[in-house]
Design a protein around this ligand. Structure first.
Ligand code: FAD
Length: 410
């Protein structure tokens, strides 16, 4: 009898999983459940070109909607999975319909962190996770409008850059003493602070929000130092957590994400998890990680497909990520926690540089701004644990490639 593979969540990881299964000749029946109205799509442009109005929604789709029926995949949009019983291998979806499955994949992504202050549910206050969220924000995006962003992480900063380009009057508050404090070094935080301030964004650091109230056709935001900001529109980007509610209530092991092994296998037989919702081992970095990134969603989609197709290949990737703000393309690779030295190559003032992070002389991470070559060459060097002399790293004319090949495994 044909086996049924159910996938919960129709986002980036699920889209890759389905594509890899179809390409690999999977013979079972794939049933894909999404709680949005759109087939699997890419989210990165949401806070960039899509918000800017430069990309139509169809261009966000990973595959045309016809790909799914054409390949025998049952796609249920707007039909969330509401309960899962691992023992009887069944799930409930939509208005209470039931499906029996033989294999199950969680691809439930992340949920946004809600701002825990009075008035955060007011009309005019937005989060940014889905096409529907951006469509609502864009409806209020007009030159001269006042936009307040709460949270100075990548999404907040990308929205600020788009707001400036769209000629809004942009302000941003961040509770930490620096921008990007969870993910970037102080040098990079300082660089982006200058970039945004020079572009006209009014940035308040070490500043929290106490409450939000309707005021004079707009909103008044009271800050934790009793000052207030009046605005027309608020976008909150204060982080996400793994969406694990269903997995936890189904009895899977969850700890800051659904726990999986290097083959995306959860604590239950024939149940897998991929993408943002997982907490997974990284053999190259020798620790467990929860990542919020497209490269990870793609790698785990492929990894779970390989396992399901019976040709398992262990997940082993160095994390990487990117962010586009103004004319700046930032590409990051590796994890920089625990670094004890940094080396800058290039010219920060010219907005073209790479910041290399070292621990005990070993290259562990790179932030490359408008420097794709440094980013590309650093990837294998980090995976190999290379030691590249700091004078080579710092010299834009010295070949990283030649230096990197001096080290075994690169
Ligand atoms: P998602 O793509 O979030 O998909 C999960 C899906 O499951 C969602 O549609 C969710 O609604 C659905 N779902 C959840 N529960 C259920 C249920 N019970 N039933 C049915 N469906 C359910 N990453 C980068 O690498 N670079 C970037 O520049 C970048 N920019 C980003 C900008 C924005 C605005 C956002 C929001 C994210 C960005 N990311 C970026 C992160 C990246 O998009 C995510 O890491 C990626 O989408 C994760 O894929 P996923 O499939 O795990 O989760």
């Amino acid at each position: 009898m044909t086996e049924t593979l159910a996938i919960v969540g129709a986002g980036h990881a699920a889209g890759q999983l389905v594509a890899s299964l179809v390409m690999g000749g999977y013979e079972g029946q794939i049933v894909l459940f999404g709680n949005e109205s759109v087939a699997p799509y890419q989210r990165p442009p949401l806070s960039k070109k899509y918000l800017q109005g430069e990309l139509p929604a169809e261009r966000l789709l990973l595959k045309p909607e016809s790909f799914y029926p054409d390949n025998g995949v049952e796609l249920h949009l707007n039909e969330p999975v509401t309960a899962i019983d691992i023992e009887s291998r069944s799930l409930q979806y939509g208005d209470g319909q039931t499906l029996r499955w033989d294999k199950l994949v969680f691809a439930t992504g992340s949920r946004v962190t809600q701002l825990p202050v009075p008035g955060a549910e007011s009309s005019g206050v937005h989060y940014l996770r889905s096409i529907a969220d951006v469509d609502a924000i864009r409806a209020a995006f007009a030159p001269g409008k006042r936009l307040l962003i709460i949270g100075g992480g990548y999404i907040g900063l990308e929205v600020a850059a788009v707001g400036v380009a769209a000629e809004l009057d942009v302000a941003l508050v961040e509770i930490a003493p620096r921008l990007l404090s969870r993910v970037a070094s102080p040098q990079l935080s300082e660089f982006y602070l200058d970039v945004h301030r020079n572009a006209g964004v009014d940035i308040q650091l070490s500043t929290g929000v106490e409450r939000i109230e309707p005021h004079d056709n707009g909103l008044r935001v009271t800050l934790n130092d009793d000052r207030s900001i009046d605005t027309d529109l608020i976008v909150i980007g204060i982080g996400v957590s793994a969406e694990t509610t269903l997995a936890a209530s189904a009895g899977l092991k969850v700890d800051n994400g659904i726990l999986v092994d290097e083959h995306c296998q959860t604590s239950a037989a024939d149940v897998f998890a991929i993408g943002d919702c997982t907490n997974h081992p990284n053999p190259l970095l020798e620790k467990r990680l929860r990542l919020e990134s497209v490269p990870n969603a793609l790698a785990q989609g492929r990894c779970a497909a390989a396992t399901i197709l019976g040709a398992p290949k262990a997940y082993a990737e160095i994390p990487w990520f990117w962010s586009d703000q103004y004319d700046l393309k930032l590409q990051m690779v590796g994890l920089t926690d625990g670094y004890d030295d940094t080396v800058i190559r290039g010219d920060m003032a010219a907005r073209k540089f790479a910041c290399f992070y070292l621990r005990d002389g070993v290259l562990i991470g790179v932030d490359a701004v408008n420097s794709p070559k440094e980013f590309m060459l650093s990837k294998p060097a980090i995976a190999a644990g290379a030691r590249i002399p700091t004078d080579v790293l710092a010299d834009p004319d010295a070949s990283l490639k030649d230096a990197a090949t001096l080290w075994p495994g690169v």
